[in-house]
Design a protein around this ligand. Structure first.
Ligand SMILES: CC(C)(COP(=O)(O)OP(=O)(O)OC[C@H]1O[C@@H](n2cnc3c(N)ncnc32)[C@H](O)[C@@H]1OP(=O)(O)O)[C@@H](O)C(=O)NCCC(=O)NCCS
Length: 158
């Protein structure tokens, strides 16, 4: 199993975009499959922010995570950047892959000099708290209750 930049696997963009859009399309007005695809195609051009990491087992795509400058426009005044689009294939959940992706995103943020990394989550605040994230606000996003969370990224190499 390996974590890698999406830039090394641009052919995975359509599959990832389909996962992401099915999961989160309802949260963002105007965020069509085409927009989701274009964002990931852009991420696949770089290893600095905004970018996306993928988790692969051989040829099988298992998940992804992104670190972006802005996730939801309504929350942009809270800070930046944001861990976004954490996703693990349904059949591969509950094996620590989500945790590995979150840790890789935090490491990526540390390597890019990020002082504070944010995220928002409708239902997984307890999952992120286990991984060292702190809840900083409860709010609403397009009628959905979300928790805004933050972490000070520290590289495991430091
Ligand atoms: C959320 C998601 C990424 C978790 O992926 P996963 O690979 O199942 O997570 P892990 O196996 O790494 O979980 C790590 C630990 O957190 C626990 N955990 C997982 N979800 C949790 C939750 N909602 N609340 C509390 N603990 C949770 C697991 O039981 C595991 O505990 P353990 O280490 O004691 O066994 C996955 O369910 C997913 O892709 N969901 C759909 C997209 C989504 O909701 N993304 C998050 C958006 S904020």
């Amino acid at each position: 199993m390996r974590l890698d930049y999406l830039s090394n696997h641009p052919g995975r963009v359509p599959a990832l975009a389909a996962w992401h859009h099915a999961e989160w399309g309802h949260l963002y007005s105007g965020w069509t499959l085409e927009v989701a695809t274009a964002e990931l195609q852009d991420h696949a051009t770089r290893r600095t922010l905004p970018t996306t990491l993928v988790l692969l087992d051989g040829d099988t795509l298992l998940g992804s995570v992104s670190v972006v400058h802005e996730d939801a426009a309504e929350l942009k005044d809270r800070g930046s950047p944001w861990l976004a689009s954490l996703y693990v294939d349904e059949d591969a959940r509950g094996q620590g892959l989500g945790q590995a992706l979150v840790e890789a995103a935090v490491e990526l943020a540390a390597l890019n000099g990020v002082e504070r990394l944010f995220l928002f989550t409708p239902e997984h605040a307890a999952f992120y708290e286990q991984l060292g994230w702190e809840a900083v606000e409860s709010t609403q996003l397009n009628g959905t209750a979300v928790t805004v969370m933050a972490i000070v990224p520290r590289s495991r190499a430091q």
